[in-house]
Design a protein around this ligand. Structure first.
Ligand SMILES: CSCCC(=O)C(=O)COP(=O)(O)O
Ligand SMILES: [Zn+2]
Length: 205
């Protein structure tokens, strides 16, 4: 029943918000979280709420075009990025966006990618059975025009295979998975590796 599906998705989103908040990845009202629903619908956080304290009204429904299903609802300002992921990657079932210190700082220092290599936790990414592999996370310049930003992201996806995540310069990170547990696992793995990269830079050569 669609209402049960939405209630389950809203509960998973609220639990994920509490988890991201515990790590300090959604300061102030930063971050947004979504789950794909049947029938080209998406459950997504309302804009402007604290993602660590999501109540029953904190999650709403949009279509895959990003439009709110209920008049007057204001979905996340970054809904277009979530819907862009679901449209392009049919296997995506949940999307997480956070503003951690490592993602924010490293994306400011990076070029077009951040390469994570030699970490055991790379195994959390699809198709990487050993720690000897590498993942090149795309880094896009931030843009308040979400449609324009999404067009640049799609152009990158058109250019070839890309990992299930990217960074926005000086802003934060997007990661997705087949479902919420997989999205959380990937986000935690990549955040751990970004923290290691930041720590290594502090220590110097
Ligand atoms: C207060 S953070 C600025 C907006 C942002 O980047 C974000 O992640 C939260 O926006 P939302 O509309 O999803 O609350
Ligand atoms: Zn954001």
């Amino acid at each position: 029943m669609p209402e049960d599906e939405f209630a389950r998705a809203a509960a998973a989103i609220a639990a994920a918000g509490r988890r991201l908040d515990r790590f300090g990845w959604v300061p102030a009202t930063a971050g947004n979280i979504s789950v794909r629903l049947a029938g080209d619908r998406v459950a997504i956080t309302r804009s402007g709420g604290h993602k660590g304290f999501l109540g029953p009204e904190g999650v709403i429904q949009v279509g895959l075009d990003g439009a709110a299903r209920r008049a007057g609802d204001r979905p996340s300002a970054e809904t277009g990025l979530h819907c862009g992921i679901y449209r392009r990657h049919p296997g995506a079932g949940a999307v997480l966006h956070g503003h951690s210190v490592p993602a924010t700082v490293l994306s400011r220092l990076a070029g077009e990618t951040i390469t994570l290599a030699g970490y055991e936790l790379l195994k959390a990414f699809p198709g990487l059975p050993t720690h000897e592999a590498a993942v090149a996370l795309p880094v896009f310049d931030n843009d308040q025009d979400i449609g324009r930003l999404q067009a640049r992201i799609e152009a990158r996806w058109e250019a070839g295979p890309a990992p299930p995540g990217y960074l926005l310069r000086g802003h934060g990170i997007y990661v997705w998975g087949a479902d919420m547990p997989q999205a959380l696992l990937r986000l935690e793995a990549v955040e751990f590796m970004l923290r290691c990269e930041l720590e290594a830079r502090r220590l110097g050569p």
